[in-house]
Write a new protein. Structure first.
Length: 209
């Protein structure tokens, strides 16, 4: 499997919001050379394209079933920590239900590897394995719109956050795998929780086009 090293940022977009570039990591989901397998690249003009995607493109998972499935089609991303600190993970995501229940099609799996410690209630050992990440609000989020996914569910109905204590200039590998069919990821953000609180982060890092 080919690994794509990518540390990207919407510099102009986020500088307008007075965010220091060392306080976050930004990754476009489609900027990977991993084998997409069951992920499909969706671009502006495609039939099921959801408007206002960053870069006019995103990835939609088309494996498993709409309700659930084992980790499938892993996508590999590498990034370098811009500084030492506690960084929380968020995905800009959407769901395409096609008539199924509103709490389906809304999750994936995530794991991290590298020299880090846990900064949440989840252990480092847990964070190194596939954990479900689902949309914040779950069944209350509208389909075919962009919403944040940052909720970790390792055990059924026990919710946590993905917060990692990273070290400056260390390289990390983030792996995203498909779980439920028709779940889409536009971009990935990790931000310093000591500089930006959760509510503010969800406003600052939502790209408006």
């Amino acid at each position: 499997m080919t690994i794509f090293t990518f540390l990207g940022c919407k510099t102009n977009q986020f500088l307008k919001n007075n965010i220091n570039t060392k306080d976050y990591v930004f990754i476009e989901a489609e900027k990977t050379v991993s084998d997409l397998q069951k992920w499909q690249l969706v671009q502006k003009g495609d039939q099921n394209y959801i408007e206002r995607a960053s870069g006019d493109a995103y990835l939609e998972f088309m494996g498993n079933k709409p309700i659930t499935g084992k980790p499938n089609s892993p996508l590999i991303y590498q990034f370098t920590a811009p500084k030492t600190g506690d960084f929380q993970l968020m995905l800009m995501s959407s769901k395409r239900l096609e008539g199924v229940k509103s709490d389906w099609c809304n999750d994936a799996y995530v794991r991290l590897s590298g020299d880090f410690e846990s900064a949440s209630k989840l252990s480092k050992e847990a964070l190194e394995k596939d954990i479900k990440i689902l949309q914040d609000g779950n069944d209350e989020t509208a389909e075919l719109e962009w919403h944040w996914a940052s909720t970790a569910e390792k055990d059924r109905h026990v919710y946590n956050n993905f917060i990692y204590q990273l070290k400056k200039e260390e390289k990390y590998t983030l792996t995203l795998s498909g779980r439920s069919k028709r779940f889409s990821i536009d971009y990935i953000v990790l931000y310093d929780i000591d500089k930006i609180d959760s509510k503010k982060a969800k406003q600052l890092f939502k790209i408006k086009q």
